[in-house]
Design a protein around this ligand. Sequence first.
Ligand SMILES: NC(=O)c1ccc[n+]([C@@H]2O[C@H](COP(=O)([O-])OP(=O)(O)OC[C@H]3O[C@@H](n4cnc5c(N)ncnc54)[C@H](O)[C@@H]3O)[C@@H](O)[C@H]2O)c1
Ligand SMILES: O=C(O)C(=O)C[C@@H](O)[C@H](O)[C@H](O)COP(=O)(O)O
Ligand SMILES: [Zn+2]
Length: 357
Amino acid sequence: MTPTRIEVGGPQPYPVLVGHDVTRELGGLLTGATRVALLHPPTLRERAARVRDDLVAAGYAVHPIEVPDGEAAKTLAVAGRCWDTLGELGFTRSDAVVGLGGGATTDLAGWVAAAWLRGVRVVHVATTLAGMVDAAVGGKTGINTARGKNLVGAFHPPAGVVCDLAALATLPAADYRAGLAEVVKCGFIADPAILELVEADPAAAVTPGNPAERELVERSVRVKARVVGEDLTEQGLREILNYGHTLGHAIERAEDYRWRHGDAVAVGLVYAAELARRLGRLDAATAARHGAVLRSLGLPTTYRADAYPELLATMRIDKKARGNRLRFVVLDGVAQPVSIDEPDAETLSAAYSEVSA
Ligand SMILES: NC(=O)c1ccc[n+]([C@@H]2O[C@H](COP(=O)([O-])OP(=O)(O)OC[C@H]3O[C@@H](n4cnc5c(N)ncnc54)[C@H](O)[C@@H]3O)[C@@H](O)[C@H]2O)c1
Ligand SMILES: O=C(O)C(=O)C[C@@H](O)[C@H](O)[C@H](O)COP(=O)(O)O
Ligand SMILES: [Zn+2]
């Protein structure tokens, strides 16, 4: 089947290619580069070797750089090692970085490319569900610091994104499930058809290769492409993609990144829905729909009751915050996201009762 090509607009437009075995399209996105640095985690060593062989056959000088698995890659030390390697390779502005992996790898690869020589080309080959529907698209790159999640980074759009659905066959079930949290997020903020597809058969939705998979990926990518195409640097509209992330990121930090991003976002989505309900913005049925759909997928919707003070302190350095004012994305209804400024402390705290275990 031919790949679906979804164009992302904005100052530097680029395609997102979705389909089975579309990794072969990668070479075409690197035209003009001499050297290619191929960042990948150890879990994808064999896949990286195949990609390297194909690119070498197409005439590129390919240098695989193995980075730590998952969130452990998103550190200054790892980025520094990558820059050292680019320096040793004599990497120039006409060369290119490829991020092969999940969101953690592509966030790192994007940041390495964004900062090297103040910006070289990056192309992402997303191999997880979260990577395909979210992380690889949109140009948000970054690493974590001791203070919190993604606190250092840049907006650096890729020159192209490859979403090879065949890669999902080897993804651990827990990572596939976590990726579905971002899919559900897209459903609530912009595309209710996503929610209907998931709700129609949640047991199928958690299975790689399910009949709805391609449509779910494509619909989610279209949501993201439309938003980032209009507002690359998050001046306004793009905040909607952060739905569920204010609490979600705080949970990730509280867990020292041992929780999957999507799992933390799932709890954050339920919290944001309850916040909107208590503020009189969202009807009870739509708020309850959040927990119902996420639980039907086996995603967590609760967190430690005693963690609230620590979570609140972390939420204050969320990137949407302005000075001492917290900002949240909430819904006025399905596909009606809105940003709110400094909700009152009592409502913030009371809403936590919905997710506290
Ligand atoms: N930049 C953005 O816009 C954006 C959006 C969403 C998420 N993110 C970030 O992405 C990260 C989460 O992404 P993720 O869920 O992809 O996690 P991840 O990158 O940690 O990957 C999850 C696990 O799957 C393994 N893996 C990857 N592809 C595989 C495959 N095809 N087969 C077998 N194993 C495979 C990885 O080695 C890892 O252990 C977080 O750091 C999050 O902050 C960024
Ligand atoms: O692309 C965006 O914008 C998002 O907010 C998508 C999120 O799913 C993603 O996790 C992002 O990295 C969070 O951004 P941050 O600015 O809160 O770090
Ligand atoms: Zn996310």
